[in-house]
Design a protein. Structure first.
Length: 238
């Protein structure tokens, strides 16, 4: 999708856009990104408000899947007025509605540039374990999900749809669950900018500590721990 590739150039995201995507969205486009413990089966969501836009991301996913979810939800924010997303239950890729397919295409083009994929040579020469191994390797290098990379290769005619269907998501997902993305510490809850605003609200007496903790489903100790983790100058005490 051309739009995704143009977006990379306009924002100067470089050859591996996933490395800088979240920082650029938060600092340059003022999009709030919140790392949350979402219910099982929900990888991400977005919230479009008159005042601002927010992306909600499941922090328990591996880094590649988080990046792809952010890029996917970004499409919905950018096209809210023209391609209104429809709520749909969890369904297979073949039954995705138009807005979801377009969002997947945008995310793929944004995070896995055509020119970058070209540098990895001929994928059609590989099959079976060799193909799976390369998918995992390249997905790590580009910091994307291996399943997302597989379908990006189909879109670029690098592998056939039949070949892609022969590699189950479970095979690649198993590998993802053992990757450094999950072994490494989880991202801290929420975000630095969000907690900074929350801390200022408490300091100014706009909301009580008890009320803030209830809203965020945290103990006072948890909230203090997050401020320490983000290096924010707030000391919370009842």
């Amino acid at each position: 999708m051309v739009a995704g590739e143009c977006f990379v150039r306009e924002l100067g995201l470089g050859e591996v856009p996933a490395r800088r995507l979240m920082d650029v969205l938060q600092n340059d486009l003022s999009i709030l990104i919140l790392m949350l413990d979402l219910p099982k089966g929900i990888s991400g969501a977005f919230c479009h408000l008159p005042e601002f836009d927010a992306l909600l991301v499941s922090r328990k996913q591996v880094i590649g899947r988080r990046n792809c979810d952010v890029a996917h939800q970004l499409f919905h924010i950018l096209t809210w007025d023209s391609v209104l997303p429809r709520h749909s239950p969890m369904i297979g890729r073949s039954k995705l509605n138009r807005s979801e397919k377009l969002a997947d295409g945008f995310a793929g083009a944004l995070l896995m540039q055509r020119d970058t994929i070209e540098r990895y040579g001929d994928w059609n020469e590989l099959s079976g374990k060799q193909l799976i191994s390369k998918l995992n390797q390249v997905a790590d290098e580009l910091q994307v999900g291996a399943v997302d990379l597989k379908w990006r290769l189909v879109a670029l005619n690098k592998i056939s749809k039949q070949t892609a269907n022969a590699i189950s998501a479970h095979q690649l997902r198993d590998r993802d669950e053992l990757s450094e993305g999950l072994i490494a510490p989880l991202p801290d809850l929420f975000s630095e900018s969000y907690l900074d605003v929350a801390g200022k609200s408490i300091d100014r007496g706009l909301v009580s500590v008890r009320r803030m903790c209830k809203l965020l489903d945290l103990t006072v100790e948890d909230l203090n721990g997050l401020y320490l983790a983000y290096g924010l100058p707030y000391s919370i005490d009842l």
